[in-house]
Design a binder for this molecule. Structure first.
Ligand SMILES: NC(=O)c1ccc[n+]([C@@H]2O[C@H](COP(=O)([O-])OP(=O)(O)OC[C@H]3O[C@@H](n4cnc5c(N)ncnc54)[C@H](OP(=O)(O)O)[C@@H]3O)[C@@H](O)[C@H]2O)c1
Length: 295
């Protein structure tokens, strides 16, 4: 599907756009398809935005036992892929948890991977933003229990970094993680704080935009630490349901919020094609000191 020329895609319809800030200099085709994309100036650096797709009833993964991956959720929607590629192209780093990597072990987190025929547009967007090369691919794991032969580690297509615990780093080192992959042990426990993931990313890239692509457990930590500035959420028009004994994850897993300590967002924009809704939310900034919303 992604091999079809993007000229066959219609522009997204914009229902609401309350986004503010400077317009991103999108190249012509992306501007035609998406419209204007604005980002407000960040109160803190880096600016963190997440991108997920879910069904009407909030399911982000339908398999296994059936096939896994985002294509099952969105029906391989091309606008969704265009937005995913565009958000990747804006990012200095793309962060994913080990569970997401395990679910798509051959994937590489580059803009062109999700929409090859737009690769020139993504490249030109990065050039305009002064971001050389590909975004850093960042894998977060506690255990370090990952095959070191995966393309994300072996292919030199884009730089990679693993942020993990001391135990995870030892395991990956002994398994022969290629030296081209930056390995950062940032915790002596079994998990790492989202804040330390961002610090490691900042050290490595000196960049100001980080895209979190999941999965639900990693997102829970970023949301829990109030580190997500924005969520780009694709709502696919299907109901997945859940049965006992067949766990279907929602957007956030492993932590819950509200009614105490809620995580409210405001709607920044709503766009759509003939099937899907593309929603964009901004989270209410919270104080890192006491976790309370700040005006
Ligand atoms: N629809 C969508 O937009 C979307 C997006 C992304 C993912 N998904 C789906 O989500 C499913 C995976 O769910 P998931 O919740 O397991 O994904 P995940 O959050 O990517 O992976 C969880 C694993 O990542 C590591 N991890 C996450 N946070 C960590 C932390 N703070 N410290 C240390 N390690 C951390 C741990 O790895 P270790 O076990 O190695 O310690 C943990 O077991 C997949 O099926 C995928 O297809 C859907």
């Amino acid at each position: 599907l992604e091999k079809l020329p993007p000229t066959e895609l219609l522009p997204l319809e914009t229902f609401v756009d309350r986004s503010m800030g400077g317009a991103i200099p999108l190249p012509a085709t992306l501007a035609r398809l998406y419209g204007t994309l604005r980002f407000r100036a960040a109160d803190r650096r880096p600016y963190v935005f997440a991108n997920f797709a879910e069904t009407i009833d909030g399911v982000v993964e339908l398999g296994p036992p059936g096939p896994a991956g985002g294509a099952q959720v969105t029906g391989s929607d091309r606008h969704d892929r265009m937005i995913m590629g565009m958000l990747r192209a804006l990012a200095d780093a793309i962060v994913v948890g080990a569970g997401t990597l395990r679910s798509v072990p051959h994937h590489r987190w580059s803009p062109a991977r999700v929409f090859p025929t737009l690769s020139e547009e993504f490249r030109s967007l990065r050039d305009r933003l002064g971001k050389p090369g590909e975004p850093l691919q960042v894998i977060v794991t506690g255990t370090g229990n990952l095959p070191v032969t995966l393309p994300v580690f072996r292919s030199r297509e884009a730089p990679s970094m693993v942020v993990t615990t001391e135990q995870g780093a030892n395991r990956l080192r002994s398994a022969g993680l290629p030296e081209s992959v930056t390995l950062r042990a940032v915790s002596s426990g079994s998990r790492v704080m989202a804040e330390t993931v961002l610090a490691a990313v900042r050290d490595q890239t000196h960049g100001d935009r980080v895209l979190v692509e999941g999965g639900p457990n990693l997102l829970a930590d970023f949301v829990g630490e109030s580190l997500v500035d924005e969520l780009f959420l694709t709502l696919a028009p299907q109901i997945a349901g859940r049965e006992e004994g067949h766990r279907r994850p929602g957007l956030v897993e492993g932590r819950q919020f509200g009614p105490e300590d809620p995580r409210w967002a405001t709607l920044l924009s709503a766009k759509g094609n003939d099937r899907l809704l593309f929603l964009r939310y901004a989270f209410v900034p919270r104080s890192p000191r006491n976790g309370k919303p700040v005006a």
